[in-house]
Ligand binder design. Sequence first.
Ligand code: ADP
Ligand code: MG
Length: 729
Amino acid sequence: MTTIRFKALGELLKREPKAVHFPSNKVTDYYGELVFNVESMRKYLSKEAFRAVMTANQKGLSVDRKMADGIAAGMKAWSIEKGATHYTHWFQPLTDGTAEKHDGFIDYGDGGHMIENFSGSLLAQQEPDASSFPSGGIRQTFEARGYTAWDVSSPAFIVGTTLCIPTIFISYTGEALDYKAPLLKALAAVDEAAVSVCQYFDKNVTKVHTNLGWEQEYFLIDEALYLARPDLVLTGRTLMGHSSSKDQQLDDHYFGSIPERVTAFMMELEVECHKLGIPVKTRHNEVAPNQFELAPIYEEANLANDHNQLVMDVMKKVARHHKFRVLFHEKPFAGINGSGKHNNWSLGTDTGVVLLAPGKNPKANIQFLTFVVNTLMAVYKNQDLLRASILTASNSHRLGANEAPPSIVSAFLGDEVSSMLDRIVEEVGERKMTPDEKTALKLGIGRIPEIILDNTDRNRTSPFAFTGNRFEFRAVGSSVNNAAAMTALSAAVAVELKEFKIAVDALIEQGIKKDEAIFQVLKKMIIECKPIRFNGDGYSEDWVVEAKKRGLTNITSVPESILKYLDPASKKSLIESGVMTEKELHARVEVELEKFTKKIQIEARVLGDLAINHIVPTAVAYQTKLIQNVQGLRDIFTNSEYEDLSGARKELIKEISVHISSIKAKVREMVDARKECNVLKEGMEMAVAYDEKVRPYLSSIRYHIDKLELVVDNEMWPLPKYRELLFNN
Ligand code: ADP
Ligand code: MG
């Protein structure tokens, strides 16, 4: 056979696991060797420069410009020793992925000779042309400049021969054009609000940091097969393909033994991550065939997120060494599980306390419950904002599809913490509590730790689940930048904590004792946010009905969900916390809507092309063979024998005709629908039109193609089938 599909299958037979080179038997020998970390800074920076970086870091400030030259010189010396020839400001524009423009160190020296140059100003700030990145209207055409500015809190690192400096990306007029700038502001807002709440419990707390541990799910597909699927190459998912006779129904993939070729990929990936100081730790098979997961030890959220962005890049590179391609799309294959990126989120103090973990005594546990309740309340009030932060064109295939939390936002607490909250509601009265009542309540609260340790109940169906010392935000998509979700959550929690503090202070002002004031405010909040608490099966139909009764929102339309960024509740969280300005928020909405529209537009084009240029000709060719066969039957048999023998084949010829005609008609209609949408001027209008008028064709055309796949001669089918893509490693 000459088709690329069979060539690809031939390639597959020759694949061998690739040998992996370990720099040393001990990971600690090479861990972080490509990072300009504290250790390297100590070695390459002057005492003053070193101190300047550390202070900026601790205080969340930018580094003193006077020190920048010295720091740049140290960074240059370190990186050149490691083989770097170029440097780049590495940033996270509002696309899926990171951006970099490499500049060589070489420059003319004063005497006109060549030198290696990297000054403080080059380190601190650059001016990439912002016009090639989405800006949602912030960037006027006459002012295309944007700035990237060094994020001191995330250390520089080397990829290949390039020194990469993590930066924020803002417009000439100071608005954020990236994911990192708002995230940093949101983390600072939580820090400030949480520190002031912590003062009720421990005066020594001066900083609260956010922790993030992401779990990255992905698919690995053989390179040759991937390249034979234009839909995978161009859209990241299969736009057609009948399900394999066997896929995940035997539940035999999750935690199963990892195939050798994949293990080799994972080992090399881990080595590369460890050199970059990314603490990846866990690897395993996921539920679907050829689906896997990678997770690190959690880190400070901004760094963790940089690491996740970097890991996605490294994964793509390493996959190629092993003749794989990695798919980050949330739903690359219809009918089997898609991929997400659980965001394990918690807050921790500079005194070493994890605020979302139960403590050792009643006081610590009141603090724990305070943060749990504030988080619940933030989630309750910001259901729509949180959904807006995670619902994208690709993630919408996954949410609510029997494998991932639905489009209803709810929080799982487990029975123990739930009953503790109910107990506060019952035992805290309107009047002043007696010392005995207080002691009883505190004693009850003091028993949380043992209870939780015993509690192994893990609800996998909740979009936002408490898991003992953190919440897991599970609705985040596998392909996205976590910062969008972490920014929304942090802003919401920051505003809630601030309000909590104001409410408690007001009661204290009235002469109510601190602990009782806290209990009273918590009680009110627990009652108010009760609808968000759900410990049952989030995948069930009953939950949809029940959630509606509770008044929770359930939005499945992506454009509608994105628009919720502009609702009063969302604005309150994002703008009041100082995370975004009104202008930035509107710009963000524009960008998200445009991304949605473009994704659907591209999918529609690719499907139209494949349908007309690959599928229809194949079906016609097979049909012609059948027709020739039927004509042959007539030549050699008597009339009655012929009628007998040709019936089924004639039916098949008809069936194929129906599918071909339907495909052609629907592709034409889809093109017309696109034309109608494309003349619409306004972003929201166009996104809604694409969602309602174009998107449905993706499944209706696919239906006919998948039916054809079932009947057309396997030898003639041009695209690798699901069973080939999914069962081969
Ligand atoms: P699973 O949820 O699959 O059982 P793990 O227990 O391995 O996964 O943890 C998943 C992620 O959660 C890891 O990145 C881990 O470091 C992180 N994690 C653990 N504790 C916390 C915490 N207190 N705050 C934030 N992340 C945490
Ligand atoms: Mg998890």
